[in-house]
Unconditional design. Structure first.
Length: 159
């Protein structure tokens, strides 16, 4: 945790600060591996995501997102994640990026079985003007893993 705080402070101190704030709204699809694939019939899921992305400087963004993921009538989850996104270019309207996020996920399995688990992911994505996509590899504390693809529309909220 101390390393994350240090990285955030160093990022803020080493670059110009911008006031750009984006709301990203989109849909997702996923393919489960490990325990989750055994629990669900197909291992294929879908969901929706709302994400806030705030520029820290011309290369870094702080991201926070809330998703709803559904795999079948027996499994759904509500992950809340936060992390950093690093752009490979400094062009706001057309860039490729890598990101890492971590958070917690409230999961409902079956009729009455639910739990909360820590989740982390890493991904690579791109944005073309107002449309974007990211591919993420996700893993949870209890060794559940899945790959997800998110597409979104970017809505700038500030300059």
């Amino acid at each position: 945790m101390a390393r994350i705080v240090f990285l955030l402070i160093a990022t803020l101190a080493c670059g110009d600060v911008y006031a750009q704030l984006d709301l990203n709204l989109g849909v997702s699809g996923s393919r489960s591996y490990s325990c989750l694939a055994d629990f669900t019939d197909s291992g294929i899921g879908y969901g929706v995501r709302a994400e806030m992305a705030a520029d820290l400087n011309d290369r870094f963004q702080f991201v926070g997102n809330l998703s709803y993921d559904r795999h079948n009538s027996d499994y759904s989850s509500l992950p809340v994640m936060a992390g950093l996104r690093m752009s490979t270019t400094s062009d706001d309207d057309m860039f490729c990026y890598v990101q890492a996020t971590a958070g917690t996920s409230y999961r409902v399995m079956g009729d009455e079985d639910s739990e909360t688990a820590w989740v982390a992911n890493a991904g690579i994505g791109t944005v073309w003007n107002r449309l974007g996509a990211i591919v993420e590899y996700n893993v949870s504390r209890d060794k559940w893993s899945w790959v997800s693809v998110h597409t979104f529309i970017r809505l700038p909220l500030g300059f």
